[in-house]
Each structure stands twice: as C-alpha cells, then as structure tokens.
Write a protein that binds this ligand. Structure first.
Ligand SMILES: C[C@](O)(CO)[C@H](O)COP(=O)(O)OP(=O)(O)OC[C@H]1O[C@@H](n2ccc(N)nc2=O)[C@H](O)[C@@H]1O
Ligand SMILES: Nc1ncnc2c1ncn2[C@@H]1O[C@H](COP(=O)(O)OP(=O)(O)OP(=O)(O)O)[C@@H](O)[C@H]1O
Length: 309
C-alpha cells in the first residue's frame, strides 16, 4: 500500500493591503502584511505510477466547486505544471478537504495550489530549485507565492516579492464571510479611480508581543480594496459592524478582495463568544474563530497533530 501524504492549506489574511501602483499589463502593485491562520483546507494524496492526476473534493465547502471542471481546479493545475517542469512520469490520487469559502479574499484556492506544490514535491521526491517553484506559483496566481512561502511576511510587487517579518504571536481572530463570492478582477476594476497609497510605511523590524500591540500598529494602515468591495457587496459593512460590536474586538477589517473580514480580539475566549453571538443573528454566515499561526507552529502541527476544524 502506498503512503498517504498530507499538507495543510491555511487561510491567508491580508492584515493590511495597500495598492501602490499599476503595471502596464493591468496588474496592481501592492504592499500587504500577510499572515496565516489555524483554519484552512487540507490536501492529502497517494502516489500513482501512471501519471494520472485524480482529485476528489470533500468537506463543508465542496459544493461551491461542484460545478467547476476538475481540470481547472488550482490543485490539478499545480500538479500538471509540476509534472511538466520536472518531467516526472508519476501521478497522484488527491483528496481536497475544502473548508474555506471559495472566492472569499482569504486565498483558499491559492493555498490549495501551494499545498499541492509542497505535497507533490515531497511525494515525487522532486528537487526543483526555489526559482522554478516560485515561477510556477506566480503563474497560478498572484497569491500563490505567499501561500507557498507560508509564513508571516510583507508582500509587494504584484505578490511575488516577499520579505520575512518577525513571527506574530498567536493572536485571536474571528473570520466571517457573508456567504457570497466576490470576483477579484471586478474589485480591482471598481477601484480604478482611487488614488494609490505610498509604500514603505511598515516597519519590517517591528515585533509585537500581543494582539493589542498589533491592532494598534495596524490602525495606521487599511485595506485599499474595501470601498470597491463594499460598493459591490454592501453586506461586507454588516460583517465589519458585527465584528466590531462584540466585546474585545481590537480591529475589524476586510481581507484581500473580500468578502471575508477578520476581527482581532483580545482573547480567544472573546473571539469564541463573539462567534456564538454573531452566529445566532446570522445563521447563514460562515463564522470561524481561529488564531494566527507561526511557521514553527505549522511544522509542529504537521507532526501527528490534526488540523483544527
Ligand atoms: C487581492 C489579493 O488577494 C491580495 O493578497 C491578491 O492580490 C489577489 O491574488 P489572486 O486572487 O491570486 O489574483 P490572480 O488570480 O493572480 O488575479 C486575478 C485578477 O486580479 C487582479 N489583480 C490581482 C493581483 C494583483 N496584484 N493585481 C491585480 O490587478 C487582476 O485583474 C487579475 O486578473
Ligand atoms: N481549489 C480551489 N479552491 C477554491 N477556488 C478554486 C480552486 N481551484 C480553482 N478555484 C477557482 O478560483 C477562484 C478563486 O478562488 P479563491 O478561493 O482562491 O479566491 P479568493 O479567496 O478570492 O482568493 P484571493 O484571496 O487570492 O483573492 C474560484 O472562484 C474558483 O473558480
């Protein structure tokens, strides 16, 4: 029997997101403080020797992808690119446990693609150089390089320039998605007339001992896609208000191009209480209390521990 490999695909959170310019090809230059959370998808799989790539999607959010062709799934596209680049004749039977809402600003698809690259490099024992992997990642999407990197960092360029930052403490967070998908290109288009932010505002040396200190520093920044996203989906304002109203909320902000928003809470107890209170009023929203994870925590959780629901 062949071994089962497993990789986590944590949600990506843009703690702040500044749009600093636009390239001639239409892609925007950005600066964003990115971290990852304990909640995420999980990809697992076994090796095949015939080169076939099979993908089964399970989990609470699998229905959102049911109408899409499997060959277009970012996991399968990542696998195909890796086969081409490496020339391997191996394939894989993959299972994606889809827990993150789709098209929701927390990079679910990008995280899945990155986890496929990590899992298959391991399974197929590939020794590709980092540049080749980064090139494949960027060709799959602007958020895939940061998800492949998988640790707290400052992201710039169109998403391919990554500067490591001191790891953040396990800050308590609450993620909420109002259950409506948002198109990233539509949001970038809707902000076309807005001015660009200046870059270089974030002190890359700075360390934070608590969620309160982090939230305080983040209050100087913002998410430059919020206005555009709320004009397309006003329900995002309801989500932000619901997060901010609850006791212990230090900051409420949208991630990426939305519609998922995060709240930073003083304690995990407060984040969990807020989750229960908001769920009672909005049973149709996706609500997930979680925390920021560090790279070290991810490595440890890979050793025998299961990934939190
Ligand atoms: C908004 C963010 O989530 C912030 O992390 C990302 O920049 C989006 O990354 P992504 O979803 O992987 O984006 P892609 O799939 O590469 O691009 C989707 C579309 O978003 C727009 N896009 C994306 C990234 C970027 N830096 N500039 C852009 O203008 C482009 O219209 C592009 O056609
Ligand atoms: N494994 C996957 N998971 C989610 N979406 C996928 C996947 N594979 C392909 N897609 C397609 O990618 C689109 C964007 O999905 P994703 O969840 O990554 O968006 P997002 O959360 O807005 O990402 P970002 O934060 O990078 O803007 C979906 O609408 C879907 O059609």
């Amino acid at each position: 029997m062949s071994a089962t490999y497993s990789e986590q695909a944590p949600a990506k959170i843009n703690l702040f997101l500044h749009i600093t310019g636009k390239r001639d090809d239409g892609y925007h230059l950005l600066e964003s403080l990115v971290c990852f959370t304990a909640v995420g998808d999980v990809l697992s799989g076994e090796c095949r020797d015939d080169g076939a790539i099979n993908l089964t999607i399970t989990g609470p959010m699998s229905a959102s992808l049911a109408l899409e062709e499997t060959k277009n799934n970012l996991v399968v596209r990542a696998a195909r690119l890796l086969q081409e680049e490496s020339g391997t004749s191996l394939g894989a039977d993959l299972v994606l446990d889809k827990r993150l809402p789709v098209a929701s600003g927390i990079g679910g698809g990008s995280a899945d693609a990155a986890s496929a690259l990590r899992l298959l490099c391991d399974m197929w024992q590939l020794d590709l150089d980092q540049n080749a992997l980064s090139r494949i990642a960027l060709s799959l999407g602007a958020d895939v390089p940061v998800c492949l990197h998988g640790r707290t960092c400052l992201m710039s360029g169109i998403g391919e320039e990554l500067t490591d930052l001191p790891e953040l403490p396990p800050v308590a967070m609450l993620l909420i998605n109002p259950g409506k998908a948002v198109s990233t290109p539509a949001i970038f288009k809707a902000r076309e007339d807005e001015a660009f932010s200046v870059s270089g505002l974030w002190d890359v040396q700075r360390e934070f001992a608590s969620g309160a200190a982090l939230a305080d520093a983040l209050s100087e920044c913002g998410n430059d896609l919020t206005l555009a996203a709320t004009s397309i989906l006003p329900e995002i304002c309801d989500v932000l208000n619901a997060l901010a109203r609850e006791e212990g909320c230090l900051l409420a902000r949208m991630s990426g191009s939305g519609a998922t928003c995060f709240g930073i809470y003083d304690t995990s107890d407060q984040a969990e209480k807020a989750a229960i209170a908001i769920a009672a009023q909005h049973p149709d929203w996706w609500i997930s209390p979680t925390e920021i994870i560090s790279q070290q925590a991810r490595v440890l959780s890979n050793i025998g521990a299961s990934f939190p629901d």
